[in-house]
Design a protein around this ligand. Structure first.
Ligand code: SF4
Length: 358
């Protein structure tokens, strides 16, 4: 099996999560609640925690949002990053509230004194700053300089933001360079990665819906991770943050970078199928999405390939007419009516993992 060799990057700490170096590539998402509404935001973060999310980012766009951070941070278990645009007061208030990281572009804060204030507060509290350059906000002059080459323009823009922080002797930095275009994003990260040692937050921005966006992100993030680039990822989808987290872990699992969670093998079905594979596979995927243990589950429609795949998986179903066979650890452990096979599968997954399926 191919093992991906990751590019060496500096290690930074986002709360209790180390990002960069040899640390596992972390998965992050962003809440879509109104941050001023602490209760809804806490409940959304608690939900994504169940799906193993490592880091969460929340919008801090008002003073009330910054003030609600205290309650949010107190009631959740994963590090919270404040997403701020332009306003250094919101950055200072977020740091005071106890965030584990800031996403703010120093070049957008304006005044040097304001940048210095934010840097001083970050240093005092050991809080990293993520510089996030998006293709949509690249200045026209910069784009003209590179004849419309977004990748080079984004890298130059990121380097300018980095220089502002380095001039203040601040190096607790991670960087993202996101475009909606996969190849533009890949090229930008490749270029930046050859120039800096800082850890990189990788993603494709505004990737789309759960289906198309997960494919787009899987390709873009997948190419970069395969090249050893990327220390933390976000799959950006027009969907629930839980879906983003699940998609992120799928990418990492499929590249062998995080060996945790369920790998679901299910057959594409054909005229031989004896059970409703599509329904069973979707149900199994939904029910097992929060499992932490590294297991392989096979859901196969008939006796042609069913027993073989199921035997090689940790748990598996081989569908049959009226009744289906359940495999565990390579052996048949029971035959169940097709209406009962899903419950039997879930029970067996709980048995072998020791985890309660939520
Ligand atoms: S396992 Fe059986 S039902 Fe599924 S695709 Fe293969 S032959 Fe068809």
């Amino acid at each position: 099996m191919t093992i991906i060799k990751r590019k060496h990057t500096k290690v930074i700490k986002v709360g209790n999560v180390c990002v960069g170096g040899d640390n596992p590539v972390s998965v992050q998402t962003m809440t879509n609640t109104n941050t001023e509404d602490a209760e809804s935001t806490i409940s959304q973060i608690k939900e994504i925690e169940k799906y193993r999310c490592d880091i969460v980012r929340v919008t801090v766009n008002t003073v009330q949002a910054a003030e609600s951070l205290k309650a949010i941070i107190k009631n959740v278990n994963i590090p919270v990053i404040a997403d701020i645009h332009f306003n250094h007061i919101l950055a200072l208030k977020s740091i005071e509230a106890g965030v584990s990281g800031l996403r703010i572009n120093p070049g957008n804060i304006g005044d040097k004194i304001k940048v210095r204030e934010v840097v001083r507060a970050c240093k005092g509290n050991e809080i990293p700053i993520r510089i996030g350059v998006n293709s949509g906000s690249i200045e026209k002059g910069m784009l003209d300089k590179y004849n419309g080459d977004f990748s080079s323009a984004m890298v130059e823009s990121a380097l300018a933001h980095i220089a502002i922080l380095e001039n203040e002797s601040f190096y607790n930095i991670k960087i993202s360079l996101k475009s909606t275009d996969v190849l533009t994003t890949v090229k930008a990260y490749e270029l930046l990665s050859s120039k800096v040692e800082y850890p990189l937050h990788v993603g494709i921005t505004e990737a789309g819906t759960a289906f198309a966006g997960a494919i787009k992100s899987g390709i873009g993030i997948g190419i970069l991770l395969y090249e050893g680039i990327g220390d933390t990822i976000r799959v950006s989808l027009s969907d629930n943050p839980v879906t983003e987290v699940i998609a992120g872990f799928h990418i990492l699992r499929d590249l062998g970078l995080r060996k945790e969670g369920v790998e679901l093998l299910s057959c594409p079905t054909c005229g031989r199928a004896e059970i409703d594979i599509v329904g069973l596979a979707k149900e199994a995927e939904r029910k097992t999405a929060s499992v932490r243990s590294n297991i392989k589950v096979a859901i196969m429609g008939c006796v042609v390939n069913g027993p073989g795949e199921s035997m090689h998986a940790d748990v598996g179903i081989a569908g049959g007419k009226g009744k289906s066979v359940l495999f565990s650890g390579g052996k048949i452990i029971g035959k169940y009516n097709n209406s009962e096979i899903m419950d039997a599968l879930i029970n067996e997954i709980e048995n072998i993992t020791g985890e309660k399926i939520i």
